[in-house]
Design a protein around this ligand. Structure first.
Ligand SMILES: [Zn+2]
Ligand SMILES: [Zn+2]
Length: 249
């Protein structure tokens, strides 16, 4: 089975903290330069740049999955990844209604813009996206899994916006597919706080600037570059970690 270099946590111009250089065209160009095979665009609480990144990706043979980095009511970031944009967009619609109606302060946060494959601005989002939606972690992950998506707890080793920073531990009954970690060297220290054994670690760039794309990545052996195969590969990685044969990154 072929191995795919995956970076499934990349922000674009639609994230207030994402650089305006992160246009769909620029993301795809940098991802190709970095030797990535599969990427996901995961903006805060929105998925709307996905179709444009995908369109640009198709022109150069890069697989682009639809994604979002959801912020739950516990201020926990969760990466949601789907094969099709329609499902990611359905999640966006639901989450949007659950966000506080606070306007984005462009001077402070920066712009939140949907940009097409030719670097044209399609629209600007006025509501501040980097807020917590009125949905619990359990409800968010349950929605993602029941819609065929992949659910990954973001940057679990971060002192902010991670499930461990907010809850103090990773509950056993939340059906995450994986935990994202920035520094794999810290995985051992986190183990006592992870109640479900065999939950694999993955690492992605969380890029907000083009130069960071692919700086952290996870190699997955897949039948096909889709969510079903990724889910299976992550499960296998988790089982390997239980038997002591840690999967490579
Ligand atoms: Zn995050
Ligand atoms: Zn992020």
């Amino acid at each position: 089975m072929p191995e795919f270099a995956c970076d499934l946590h990349i922000h674009s111009t639609l994230s207030p903290c994402g650089s305006l250089d992160m246009s769909p065209r620029a993301i795809v160009e940098k991802a190709r330069e970095a030797g990535l095979d599969i990427i996901a665009v995961t903006d805060h609480n929105m998925a709307e740049n996905t179709p444009y990144v995908r369109e640009a990706g198709e022109r150069s043979g890069l697989v682009v999955l639809a994604g979002m980095e959801l912020q739950t009511m516990e201020e926990v970031h969760v990466i949601a990844i789907f094969d099709d944009y329609d499902t990611a967009y359905a999640l966006q619609l639901m989450v949007y209604d659950l966000l506080p109606p606070v306007a984005n302060d462009v001077e402070f946060w920066g712009d939140q813009v949907v940009v097409d494959g030719e670097d044209n601005i399609v629209r600007s989002e006025e509501r501040l996206l980097i807020s917590s939606a009125g949905i619990s972690i359990e409800e968010a992950v349950s929605w993602i899994k029941s819609h065929g998506g992949i659910a990954i707890a973001s940057h679990v080793d971060s002192p902010t916006f991670s499930i461990i920073s907010q809850l103090g531990f990773v509950p056993a009954d939340i059906p995450f597919d994986a935990l994202e970690i920035r520094d794999r060297g810290k995985a051992g220290d986190l183990m006592p706080f992870i109640m479900r054994k065999g939950l694999p670690f993955v690492t992605f760039s969380d890029a907000h600037y083009p130069g960071d794309i692919g700086k952290r990545r996870t190699h997955l052996t897949l039948d096909a570059p889709d969510c079903v195969s990724i889910e299976g590969a992550l499960r296998a990685l988790g089982e390997q970690s239980l038997t002591g044969q840690a999967g490579r990154s």
